[in-house]
Design a protein. Structure first.
Ligand code: AMP
Length: 455
């Protein structure tokens, strides 16, 4: 027995997907494809181009941009490497490659989000030399070691967009928000609610944060452990606490809108006006702060129906200064990330998840002549865009029709030696059992017409 082969008496281990990750299977994956296709289409109409960034990057990139004190960076990243661990693995022969090939000093992390990577790419490829602003969107998996629950996974998917460079004109904020809302509208997402806030800039935010900290210290004893800790680390985050016992206290805290500087006040008012001009309905929510450090001024969050406590499907905001923080030129920026898993869940919960299932045509063939004709028919039908099931071995008609039913086929194309000899093919509509004969070109025409009628 070769090494590694399973011993006879041992039951082979049954592997399961790692906690917080999952397989997406058909037919659900058709819905994922429809959602992604709609994103490609809608974002292109707003002049956005797709960017694909790596799944892992330097840990430092995320720490610097998202913030070392945030939950995402301090607790939730999947991080590998760094010299000590790498050298040990190499010594023990647990990894391929040499130390120098693996850049052993550099810790790398699976991306917990993609804004930092997009900014890194903007700098690396000198995208500031293109006409500004540069409008990019992305989609793909992100990784956070959170406690898994409905709508919260360790590998989850985001669809996001970023506008980098140019000005911070409020119309840009409004157009980005209009784009997400248009996308949700196209998908018929139900119960969509847009919350909007401004959290100020480098000038006014620190002053507000200090005021908030002072007020929170006065009521510290009445707050929970998390909020008590956040008075020191990030007082703004106390505002999005969901703890029932803290709600009354939070309601009495000073509102950020009353402490914005003149420029931020003007910017916020203009963003709201621009949204109104676009017919985008929003609700102001002074407690909306967002969890990542790089946000400033406009922040927004969109919730949808059917998601329980994890009901945020999109979060976004302005992050002027982030590119600069990462060693690039002074650059304005705004973007959002949609949680695709939650978006799909909400569509499913509200019955807006219909996707075409089953085959268009099942070819029930019998006989050697019919086999050759069936292969040709399958090729022609597929070329015309129909989905076709061609059984690999000959089946009795009864069995073939039973299979066609199970697969949810709309039609069975019956090809026996008679049909082939006559040049007249029988098409059975499975929903009502009706049958009709067609010549080959007429059949294609008939199917095309029926498809056009049903779409
Ligand atoms: P964030 O990048 O934290 O601003 O999150 C943006 C959106 O991504 C959220 O509104 C969620 O819809 C989604 N999201 C964030 N974390 C997770 C997760 N662990 N599982 C599923 N979706 C998530």
């Amino acid at each position: 027995m070769s090494e590694g082969a399973v011993k006879k008496e041992e039951k082979p281990r049954k592997f399961q997907a790692i906690r917080g990750t999952r397989d997406l299977l058909p037919p659900e994956t058709s819905l994922w494809n429809r959602v992604e296709q709609t994103a490609h289409e809608v974002f292109a109409t707003f002049g956005f181009g797709e960017i694909r960034v790596p799944i892992f990057e330097s840990t430092d990139l995320f720490a610097r941009s998202i913030g070392a004190e945030t939950d995402v960076v301090s607790k939730e990243m999947y991080t590998f490497g760094g010299s000590a661990e790498f050298s040990e693995r190499v010594r023990e022969g647990r990894m391929e490659g040499t130390l120098s090939e693996m850049q052993p000093e550099e810790k790398i992390s699976l991306r917990p989000e993609a804004t930092a990577s997009v900014c890194r790419a903007y700098i690396e490829h000198n995208l500031n030399q293109l006409p500004q602003p540069v409008k990019l969107y992305y989609m793909g998996p992100m990784f956070r070691r959170e406690r898994p629950q409905k709508g919260r996974y360790r590998q989850f998917y985001q669809i996001g967009a970023e506008v980098l460079g140019g000005s911070d004109a409020p119309a840009i904020d409004a157009e980005v928000i209009e784009m997400v809302m248009t996308f949700f509208d196209r998908l018929e997402l139900q119960g969509v609610q847009l919350d909007l806030n401004s959290i100020g800039c480098r000038e006014c935010r620190p002053k507000y944060v200090e005021l908030l900290r002072a007020e929170l210290l006065k009521v510290k004893d009445r707050l929970g452990a998390d909020s008590q800790r956040r008075i020191e680390t990030n007082p703004l985050r106390v505002l999005d606490s969901k703890l029932e016992s803290e709600q009354g206290i939070i309601a009495t805290l000073p509102h950020v809108a009353d402490h914005l500087c003149e420029d931020c006040t003007k910017h916020y008012a203009a963003v709201k006006h621009q949204l109104e001009m676009r017919g985008v309905i929003y609700r102001e929510n002074w407690r909306l702060v967002r969890g990542l450090d790089y946000y400033m001024r406009t922040t927004f969050e969109i919730t949808a129906q059917g998601l329980g406590s994890q009901n945020a499907v999109c979060g976004g905001g302005r992050y002027d200064g982030l590119v600069e923080l990462l060693g690039g030129p002074a650059t304005k920026g705004i973007g959002f990330a949609i949680g695709e898993d939650r978006l799909i869940l909400s569509l499913q919960e509200s019955g807006k998840a219909a996707v075409q299932q089953g085959r268009d045509v099942y070819i029930a063939w019998m006989g050697e002549h019919a086999r050759a004709t069936a292969i040709r028919a399958a090729k022609d039908l597929r070329r015309a865009g129909f989905s076709v099931e061609l059984p690999p071995v000959e089946l009795k008609f009864g069995k073939a029709l039973g299979q066609a039913d199970k697969l949810g086929a709309k039609y069975a194309l019956i090809l026996g030696d008679n049909e082939v000899a006559e040049g007249l093919w029988t098409l059975k509509t499975l929903a009502d059992g009706s049958q009709a004969k067609f010549t080959e070109p007429d059949l294609l025409e008939h199917l095309r017409k029926q498809k056009a009628l049903s779409s």
